[in-house]
Every structure is written in C-alpha cells, then in structure tokens.
Design a protein around this ligand. Structure first.
Ligand SMILES: C[S@@+](CC[C@H](N)C(=O)[O-])C[C@H]1O[C@@H](n2cnc3c(N)ncnc32)[C@H](O)[C@@H]1O
Length: 193
C-alpha cells in the first residue's frame, strides 16, 4: 500500500504540480457557481490542494476535508475543518454539501460503489461533484494502473465515460474534460427532494 500517512510533507510541497492549469480553470469556474457561503467537502483531501485552489477564488465558502491519513491532514491549510474518515463511510449527515471534490482519489477507494453512494448521500439537491483522475485507457494511465497493483493499491481506475456511466443512474449530469492521460468530471445533481 502507498504510505500516505507518511507523505504529508511531499504532497504539501508537490501536490499543486499534479493538476494541469486547464483543470484548475474548470475547478475555479465550477466553484464560482456554488451558492454564497455554501459548504464544500474535499474527499481524500490529502494536504488539501483542491480546496486551496477553490478557496483562492471563493473565500466565503466553508471547507471541510476528510481523509483516512492524519499525516496528510496535518499539513492541510488552517481555513478548513479536518475529519479523519473514509469515503466509503462519510461521517456527515445527508445533504450537507453544496460541492464535493475528489482529486486523484477515486482509484484508491476500496469500495467505489459504496463511496459514490456516500458522496451522493451527503450532497444537497443542486450540488456539484468535481472528480479528477487518471485515464487507464491512455498508455501512461495503463502503466500507472499496473504500478499501483504492484503496490497492492485497489487501482480502481475508470475510463471517464465509464465513471460518468456509474454516476448517471445516481442522478448526476456529467461533463467530461480531458487533459491527455488525465480527466475531470463535473457532475451536477438534479433536483432531489
Ligand atoms: C494521491 S493522494 C491525493 C490527495 C489530494 N486529493 C491531492 O490532490 O493532493 C490520495 C489520497 O486519498 C486518500 N485515500 C485513500 N483511500 C481513501 C478512501 N477510501 N477514502 C478517502 N480517501 C482515501 C489518501 O489518504 C490520500 O490522501
């Protein structure tokens, strides 16, 4: 397994380099549409780089981060509330969040169906989910998939269309953005009563 609990200083220094500039623009324009003083959850936040990007343009939002590795959360910025936990069992009430981010994390979920169900549960009607991950259909993505299996990670890598296909029956309306061997999905929830 990848020892995330010991990688906080590394992610603190280098996590911003993971994300292409085009994705950062997509994230920023998505977060601009979140309602005033809304609440955001960063799932598998690590040291919280996605929340940092978002907070730079939306300082009015309330940011919460959840990650199983305290050694990552320790290096996350002070503006966020930090909770130790896993996506498969989120320690939050239903409908709390206006937006949920999950950056470079879906492939680490031990039970992706349970995690997606939990993300859906904690989002409010009209909320938005931002997913960023690696495309296993690209040559580099296929190599990384093999590498993560060697490290005995779950390696649940999805092609973007496949992940969008898993989100659609849960009421998410998905738009896919591609960045070479990586992609993001902006998934809006419909009106759920
Ligand atoms: C590659 S890091 C990405 C961290 C951060 N999102 C970023 O972009 O820098 C993957 C993160 O997922 C977390 N993680 C692993 N399994 C998880 C799970 N089941 N639920 C939530 N987070 C998980 C790890 O602890 C780690 O912080």
């Amino acid at each position: 397994m990848i020892p995330f609990n010991h990688l906080g200083p590394v992610f603190k220094m280098f996590a911003s380099l993971i994300y292409p500039g085009e994705f950062r623009k997509v994230l920023e324009s998505t977060v601009q549409r979140v309602r005033n003083k809304g609440t955001v959850l960063d799932v598998g936040s690590g040291t919280g780089i996605l929340s940092q990007f978002a907070q730079a343009v939306r300082g009015d939002l309330r940011f919460m981060m959840v990650d199983p590795a305290p050694g990552m959360l320790r290096f996350a910025p002070g503006f966020a509330e930090k909770v130790i936990g896993r996506a498969e069992s989120l320690p939050f009430p239903p409908g709390l969040f206006d937006a949920v981010f999950t950056g470079d994390v879906v492939h680490h979920f031990s039970d992706p169906a349970a995690a997606l169900g939990e993300i859906q549960r904690v989002m409010r009607s009209g909320g938005v989910l931002v997913v960023f991950d690696i495309d296993p259909g690209s040559p580099l993505g296929a190599l990384i998939t093999r590498g993560e299996k060697i490290f005995r990670e779950p390696a649940h890598f999805y092609r973007p269309e496949r992940l969008a296909g898993l989100l659609a029956p849960r009421g998410f309306n998905c738009k896919i953005y591609r960045y070479g061997w990586r992609y993001s999905i902006i998934a809006n929830t419909g009106d759920r009563q």
